[in-house]
Design a protein around this ligand. Sequence first.
Ligand code: 6MZ
Length: 347
Amino acid sequence: MQHYCEEELKFCQALPKIELHAHLNGSLRDATIRKLAIKRQLDPSLTKLIEKGDRTLSECFKLFDVIHQITTDHETITGIASEVVEDFAADNVRYLELRTTPKTRSEHGMTKRSYTEAVLKGMQEAQGRQRASKGRSIAVRLLLSIDRREDAAAALETVQLAAELQSRGVVGIDLSGNPTLGQWSTWEPALQEARRQGLKITLHAAEVYNPAETEAMLHFRPDRLGHMCCLDERLEALHYSTGIPVELCLSSNIITESVASYPEHHFHPFYSAGHPVILCTDDSGVFSTSLSKEFAIAAQAFQFSRLQLWQISEAAIDHTFLNEEEKQDLRKEFENARLKLQAEKCS
Ligand code: 6MZ
């Protein structure tokens, strides 16, 4: 069943957009995954997992482990980073904060640093091609993710790497991974260090019901939160009182069954309460979506007008991890896009 209308999708494609929650290895094109699976002679039983369809949250994490088996070397990492940036640019995303978990793979001579440099290389190549083709420009920054399977030392290594690479476009730290694993106390010291180093912080929170952890995360006061699906009344009130912006991913939460249906998604109550919300894709490849589709789905589920869609898109600029001057540049870009669309309508 399609949860959006084609006419609205066209409008959403024309809308300039900001993507703030996209995982690199979750954003791979289907065709790329298949090609890499063949090249790496992936076990056919694992290939089955790649076939699209609804998948629970735990199946999703199994799928990420499979994708990680086929995106192992530096060249592939650079290639997928470049392709993902191009896909967001083609969807009229003007600013992308891509996130990825730095990986150590001794068999490929890969360290967390060399992995991250391979990603940065791919991002730069795509941006260079975009500028050369005089296509739509896309600005990109990188967040380094701590996987919940990692211990305190590994988390700190990622934070130190991010701090060293700030001048190369790394702007923050994300905490993600299977929400049923690990303990908040393991990563908190590394996240405190990230804050001391001037990095921004976003946390996957309440993707499953875990009130003690969600409360600790809210008290930590990250710059942004992701998901916030499973809150009781007390936590919801605490969350509202913090004013921390939330990255919300409709398709991801529905497909993984964290939320029952689109109209019941918490995007709408958060938005209606005036709490800052940002529409994001999460894993556009794994969930067969795009940011334009997420906007079109929101339009249908919550009966948003085109003006509201535009306002939601533009408001995301405030919540990027850019400095004030860079945010101002993006606002100007949105204004130019608005004038261009109006002129096209009148001609
Ligand atoms: C939590 C998620 C996620 O880092 O290898 N990831 N973590 N919840 C989600 N909701 C569905 N989707 C993706 O990209 C894949 C990794 O991102 C995290 C997981 O740790 C996954 O292994 P990278 O580029």
